[in-house]
Structure formats: structure tokens, C-alpha cells
Design a protein around this ligand. Sequence first.
Ligand SMILES: Cc1cc2nc3c(=O)[nH]c(=O)nc-3n(C[C@H](O)[C@H](O)[C@H](O)COP(=O)(O)OP(=O)(O)OC[C@H]3O[C@@H](n4cnc5c(N)ncnc54)[C@H](O)[C@@H]3O)c2cc1C
Length: 531
Amino acid sequence: MQLIDTANTFDLVIIGGGVTGAGVFHEAVNMGLKAILLEAKDFSWGTSSRSSKMVHGGLRYLKEGKFLLTRSAVRERERLLKTYPGLVNPLNFLMPIYKDHGPSKSSMKIGLSIYSFLAGQKQHQSFTKNQTLEFIPQIRKDNLVSSVGFKDAQVDDARLVLRLINDGCLAGGVALNYTKVIGIERDKKGHVAAINALDTQTGHTAELKTKAVINATGAWAEQFHPSPEKRHHLRPLRGSHLIFPKSILPLDRVISFAHPNDLRPAFMFPWNGCNILGTTEVDHENNLDKEPFVTEDEASYLIDGLQFILPGLDITLKNCVASIAGIRPILSKKKKKASKESREHVVWEDKGLVTVTGGKLTTFRILALDALNAAKKYLPKHLETKHLKTKSGKKAPKPDMTPDMNPEMNLDFPNISENIRQRLYGRYGQMAGEILKNNDDKSFSPIANTSSLWVEISHAAQHENIHNLSDLMLRRVRIGLFLPHGGKAYLDKIEKICKPFLSWDQERWANEKTIYINLWQKYYSPPNGRK
Ligand SMILES: Cc1cc2nc3c(=O)[nH]c(=O)nc-3n(C[C@H](O)[C@H](O)[C@H](O)COP(=O)(O)OP(=O)(O)OC[C@H]3O[C@@H](n4cnc5c(N)ncnc54)[C@H](O)[C@@H]3O)c2cc1C
């Protein structure tokens, strides 16, 4: 659907198609609101496709005494694991303990006991030095004492955004990508009356009438509403990751360690058939509207960490297949050390414009409920808003539909493995039944050595608002991040699969491929190989 095809009056307009906006949209539609979400670029193009993909309580926040933040995040983790199996999956962490480096065994034990307590069950255990070496023989042995293991969870961040948006659209909401909000209009008393939007693909503009706007634009939030507190502004902090093929080290858990240069938490984790190494925290000075990218300095910092913790592997940037950087929406009071800045979210309300920013991917629903709560007085009165009374997760929010409430989950597909079924239901919700019914067994084969399936390419082309090849390669089916050269070798096959659904002629396909490969080379390739 395009901007000019939409109705022009809405109960609520949501600006920003990252996880926060998608969470607000999903809740709003389920409350019965006539809601529209507008995203300037592609859904999840901002930070929400560039995170470390962890659904976690944030063990490090305990050290800073942020018990409430950790508690609500741990609760959200448990809720997300139940609601979206196959999309949000349990993930084991291993943290080696050294005599001369990083946190001590006793401090880790205290932290993890509190973490388990907040989760309501024991989720950690200690391992001897020998057990640690059995798990990861290449781990640094000098002064290794033992290790601790604990459980958190992992998600495909961009797919979580898409799942929330797709479910919201199936329930009657409207979501448009490549539609930028260019202005907010107010009446004589200063109340929000309408927004102006620009379809960036066609150049069309439209005015949408509304009394309530939720500004969920993350690091961009101050474009619509400057922070009401003096000297309390968004500080864009870049975080970067390097991506390696799984063949360098077949990891089945996260290795979490203190970086040797500055003792910041660092990690390498398995994801979708590759290993990801992260992350950095540096001030982002570049234009926020341009794709962020990993600098060579960040890359060498990350490689230093990897060589320290896995000295036996001799990994260098030459082994890296891709890189990705994202911008944390951090509210900074007085430019503290980057890692000490608060991860908590804020909600500002101004006569119908509610701004919500900060926070984490894990706690998106808490941000959504807090924002809707602040917008309540501008929304129609008859709505089911009881559960909005909860603030910051103090009471358990109304649950989403869990898979066992979905009868389609029980359909029998004898040739499809349980893993694939779960993956499809987690990512595509109600649409998974259609995917399973309408495709032959061959379509369910994986793309190269990744966990992505060929069937996901045709599904995305058919149903998921693809405007550019990069939408497909980087955010719907994320093979541009784990295949060599951004998956260049597969582009002809992808063209063949997508052709019936995308109505791009020969020339458009040729252009899309060139634009995508140039974009990948400039912003997502290993930082030492850029042209
Ligand atoms: C390196 C890194 C690692 C992280 N790891 C984790 C993790 O492991 N776990 C976790 O829980 N959290 C993590 N986070 C934090 C988490 O990713 C963010 O808090 C979250 O993604 C922010 O989502 P958002 O929707 O608020 O912002 P975004 O995802 O940035 O979305 C905002 C959107 O608004 C759009 N927009 C801007 N202006 C306009 C306009 N005028 N009109 C329409 N749209 C507009 C942008 O294009 C953008 O897509 C990480 C963050 C970073 C940077």
C-alpha cells in the first residue's frame, strides 16, 4: 500500500519502524485503535537490525545497581521466549574466570545468583577448568581458573520487528516503509492535529489527521521533540560487530569476556550459521541518515579482543565475511564514559505528541505500554486500556497469543523438521501455515551454510514490502550478512525466484544488483576490504 491509498484520519500515528514503533503499533492495533506506522527507510533499518540480538536482563546492569531494569528485562525475556519460540530462542553463555583478568569467581557467583533470583529459577552453573576446555578447547588457558555458564536468549532483531508489524497489519493496522514524517501540525491551542508525510519512493506527500502521535524514532527522536531537560540529550553511540563464518569455530554458546584493553564486556556468539563478535561503544559523529559502518579502529579493537580470548585460533580480519554497525539511542546527562551511560528509556509528553526513546530491544513492550499510557488521554475513550495501567513492567502485562493457542501450529507436515516449523512459526506467525501448505519440500532447504531457507526469499518478495534488493538481503532474509561478498554469487538465483512477485524488469534487476553490491561493499564488507 502507498501513502496516497491510505485513509487520512487515524486514532494514532506512530513514527519509526524499529522495534519500539513496531511494539507500539502491535499493542495499539490489538487495543482496537485505528493506527498507522510510518518508517522513513525500511522497517528495522535503524538500530533494530543492528543489535547484538540478545534478549537479556543485562547482567552488567546489576553491577550498576539497576535491579528494576534487570528485573523487568528478565521478565520480558521469559515472556518473549514463551510467545515467540523459533524467533526468540534460549542461548547459553560461558564466561571464563581468570586469576589475573576480568571479574572474579565470587563476584560472578553473586551477580548470577541475583540474576537467577530475578528470573525465579536457577539459571546458572559453575564449570571446572577442564569442563571449560572441553566446551571451547581454543580458549585462553593462561591463568584460567574455571568458568560460569548462564542462560539468556537470542532473537533475529529485524525479524522481530517484522513479526510485530505483520501481526499488527493482519489485525487491521497500516504500516508503510519508505514514508518519512516531515512535519507535525498543531491547532491553535498547540495540540497535535495532523502529520505530514512524504513517500520517499514516489515523492508524493499527504496529510494524515490525528490527535495522537507516538514518536518512536530512537536516536532520531529529538528531531520532533528536543529533550525537555537541559543538558540531557540523545548521544548517538555507535556499536559495531564483525561477522565470521562458523567454520572458524563451531560455537554452540556465547563466549563472554572482559576486553583486554578496557575491561568492557565483549563476546562472540553463534547466529544463523555464523559467529558474531561485538561490540564497541564510540561517539557517532556522522550523519544519522547515512548507513553507519564499522571503522578500521573499531575492527582492530574487536580483533584484539578475539585474539586475547581465543589465542589458539589465529583469527584476523582476513577471516571476516561482513560487518555491521548500529547507533544506540542513549540519553546522556553529562557525557559520562560511554559504557556508564544509562540504558533506561524516557517518555516525554507534549499535547498529543509522545516521544519514547532509549531502552533496549528486550524491553520494547515496556516502552510501548509506557508510551501508550502517556498517549491515553488523546485516544478514543471506549478502548480496552486496562493493561496500560502497568508502568515499567510492575504487573504482568496481558499476554500475547502463545503458539499453543494457535491451531495452525498443530498441522502435520511430515517432511518438515521441527526446527524448520518452529523457525517459520516464530518468524511468520499466522502466515507460516500458508508457507508450509503452499511450497514444495525443496523450498525448505537452507541457503548455503546458513539457517535461512529458500522459501523465505519468495515469501518476502511476495508479502513483505520489498522496495530495494537490500531490504531483502539485509533485513528480511539476512544472507547479505553471512554469505561471502554479501551473497553476490546467489543474486541470479534470487532474481529468478523473486521475478514473479516483484514486477522489476531486466534493467531494474541489473540496477538493484549493482546498487546493493555497492552499498554492501561500502557499509557492510569487512572493514579492511572497502573500496
Ligand atoms: C551495537 C548495539 C547492540 C545492541 N544490542 C542489544 C541487545 O543485544 N539486546 C537488546 O535488548 N538491546 C540491544 N541494543 C539496543 C537496541 O538495539 C535498541 O535499543 C533498539 O533497537 C532501539 O529501537 P528503536 O525502535 O527505539 O530505534 P530504531 O530501531 O533506530 O528505530 C527508529 C526508526 O525511526 C526511523 N525514523 C527516523 N526519523 C523518521 C521520520 N522522520 N519518519 C519516519 N521514520 C523515521 C528510523 O529510520 C529508524 O528505523 C543494541 C544497540 C546497539 C547499537
